[in-house]
Design a protein around this ligand. Structure first.
Ligand code: BES
Ligand code: ZN
Length: 624
């Protein structure tokens, strides 16, 4: 069995008090005004409040990451070379980068002269700024190459290290990264903001196969072991498309690969290879083609999936070239491939066209959820879009209930000054974002809207944008169209952007969920009626025969929403008759256990503990 050591990072972070927040805002202003004091000009703070870097003065254009993976010491050791361009009119002398819990060994500069460097005191939750001072101001347009030698530390919030005992075949260690939203700074110093994009080269030494968010360019085979140290190979990769730091990704372990389509590969543990291949090979290429027909050709040359150990905290992460995915998608029934449709869609929304800051996260996740459901509609049928949207509405309700209807984090555009984006993470940007786009589609009409989609993804390709850029581009696109234009001008933009709580609820096509609701209602009566009358509901396996896993999910979520929990006996019968505990589909198991726990059932406690000891995906861990 897998154990996992998922870090709940926010637990360790001191919560910011209001006065600390204003101190933080001031300190940004001071840093900038000091460096520009002589120029007496107005300073626009960067539009991303979650970085300490001065990316208004310099922009990272290319990054070379040279790392050795040290499984024994559980750290990366090496250097990064950042090629930066000076962009501000006021000549600037300091380069400020984000770091968090890094050990910086040395800094050198090419194309300029280094005066000194220092790690500033931490400004949590953003880490310690690395201030690199030049002896001479950089002129606008000038390039600098900053070479930083570093090691990651035990406090790194982006990397998980598994011992051989924590892997499925128990033979080798494993490591992987998860940088979104602001954890890249705990791997290497960078401008850790989605508003800056850089091309990358990765040169990684490891004793085990390596995967990154770049295209593999070669492997230099094992150098003989020295002084008893295990021998390592050099794995090289390149990412020619500029990407934000949060898409930097690295994994290494006992990894095997198999094809799942003409331009797609799955990578996972050798024992899991066959089942993972089967899970994805029927849909991957179909999804890619459908997405291409909605937007435009796939830009990252190959689309691959790495299936990680169960402690991976997300369902999927859209790392370019290689989506990182939880093994809970390998359910043996191809019923969780919506995760692939989702991560693949990020190849356009998020990875090519990125939110400029995490305050506008809906531009990544709302657009992606929208594209994911458009793919489902084409591949599975139009009713599946609403089916998925109904499940999404339940997730949205849960998130709103958790934060409170008036909470800042239930808005589409949120205020993250002084806050950690992880603390705002919820279904709101996904579902409210989806509903906003769905609403716009209805408002201008689907045919016209479908012409806007490729326009939008072309206009902002390889760029980052905020909600105001989105609004402006939409109004501009429909400028010549009187009808659409009027509708868009009359739209309550501020309401959509800034009103907390639910968006207007559309009328859903409920054709796929009605049977689920009916069955749930029968269980309500089963639970409360002790009678053995002839017409009483008698649960049988065939109640759910032929159902899709998501229909079972809807059924269980409906029961979870009952004011009166089911009886413990009903939970027992349901588990037996529908064989829920034996299901290989964690979406089903986790919800059945949840319903059982609400009912106070003793018999679900053991299986719940067992599941929580195996699976690190937060979607399941948190509710349970
Ligand atoms: N990019 C997200 C995961 C993420 C978000 C990581 C914020 C860190 C910070 C990814 O695309 C995602 O949305 N994953 C979902 C999958 C789903 C909606 C199909 C997940 O993990 O559940
Ligand atoms: Zn996503």
């Amino acid at each position: 069995m897998f154990q996992f050591s998922l870090r709940i990072c926010s637990a360790r972070r001191p919560k910011l008090q209001p006065q600390t927040i204003s101190f933080f805002q001031k300190s940004i202003t001071c840093t900038l005004s000091r460096s520009m004091a002589s120029k007496s000009m107005t300073i626009n703070p960067p539009r991303d409040p979650n970085t300490l870097s001065n990316y208004n003065n310099f922009l990272t254009k290319h990054t070379v990451a040279n790392f050795a993976i040290d499984f024994e010491k559980k750290r990366l050791d090496g250097n990064v070379v950042l090629k930066l361009q000076s962009i501000s009119d006021s000549e600037s002398k300091d380069v400020v980068l984000d770091t968090s819990y890094l050990e910086i060994k040395d800094v050198s500069v090419k194309g300029g002269t280094l005066s000194n460097w220092q790690l500033l005191p931490p400004l949590e939750p953003y880490g310690s700024a690395l201030k690199i001072s030049l002896s001479k101001e950089a002129e606008k347009g000038q390039f600098l190459e900053i070479d930083i030698r570093l090691q990651t530390t035990d406090n790194c919030t982006a990397l998980q290290w598994l011992t051989p005992a924590q892997t499925s075949n128990k033979r080798h260690p494993y490591m992987f990264s998860q940088c979104q939203a602001i954890h890249a700074r705990s791997v290497f110093p960078c401008q850790d903001t989605p508003d800056v994009k850089s091309t990358y080269d990765f040169n990684i030494h490891s004793t085990l196969p390596v995967i990154t968010s770049g295209q593999a360019t070669g492997v230099k085979d094992a150098e003989p072991s020295v002084n008893g140290h295990p021998s390592t190979s050099l794995y090289t990769f390149t990412q020619p498309v500029p990407i934000p730091s949060y898409l930097f990704a690295l994994a290494s372990g006992d990894i095997a690969t198999a094809p799942i389509g003409p331009r797609s590969t799955v990578a996972t543990g050798p024992e899991e290879l066959e089942s993972s291949k089967w899970e994805f090979e029927a849909d991957t290429e179909r999804f890619i083609r459908t997405a291409e027909s909605l937007v435009y050709p796939y830009a990252w040359s190959t689309y691959n999936v790495l299936v990680l150990p169960p402690s991976f905290p997300y369902g999927g992460m859209e790392n370019p070239v290689y989506t990182f995915a939880t093994p809970t998608v390998i359910s043996g029934d191809r019923q969780n491939v919506d995760v692939i449709a989702h991560e693949l869609s990020h190849s356009w929304s998020g990875n090519l066209v990125s939110n400029a800051s995490w305050e506008h996260f809906w531009l990544n996740e709302g657009w992606t959820t929208y594209l994911e459901r458009r793919i489902e509609a084409v591949v599975r049928g139009e009713s599946h879009r609403d089916f998925s949207a109904i499940i999404g509405w339940k997730a949205l309700s849960d998130s709103i209930a958790q934060f409170g209807e008036e909470s800042e984090f239930t808005k589409l555009v949120i205020d993250l000054k002084g806050k950690h984006p992880d603390d705002a993470f919820s279904s709101v940007p996904y579902e409210k974002g989806f509903h906003f786009l769905y609403h716009l589609e209805k408002l201008v009409g689907k045919q016209k809207w479908d012409r806007f989609i490729p326009h939008y993804f072309t206009k902002f390709k390889e760029k980052s944008l905020d909600s105001y850029d989105f609004k402006a581009s939409l109004l501009e696109f429909f400028d010549g169209d009187q009808e659409a234009s009027r509708a868009l001008k009359e739209l309550d933009w501020d309401g959509w952007f800034y009103k907390p709580g639910f968006p207007p609820k559309p009328v859903f096509d409920t054709s796929m969920v009605d049977v689920c609701y009916d069955l749930a209602d029968k269980w309500k009566s089963f639970s409360s009626s002790a009678s053995e009358s002839a017409d009483a509901f008698k649960p049988q396996a065939k109640d759910i025969e032929g159902w899709m896993a998501n229909q079972v999910v809807v059924f269980l979520e409906r029961i979870q929403g009952f004011e009166q929990p089911l009886s413990k006996e009903a939970i027992h019968v349901m588990g037996e008759v529908y064989s829920f505990v034996e299901s290989k589909n964690v979406e089903i198991v986790a919800r059945y256990l949840g319903v059982g726990l609400i009912s106070g059932s003793e018999e679900v406690k053991g299986p719940t503990v067992e599941l929580l000891g195996k699976v690190g995906r937060m979607k399941f861990v948190r509710p349970l």
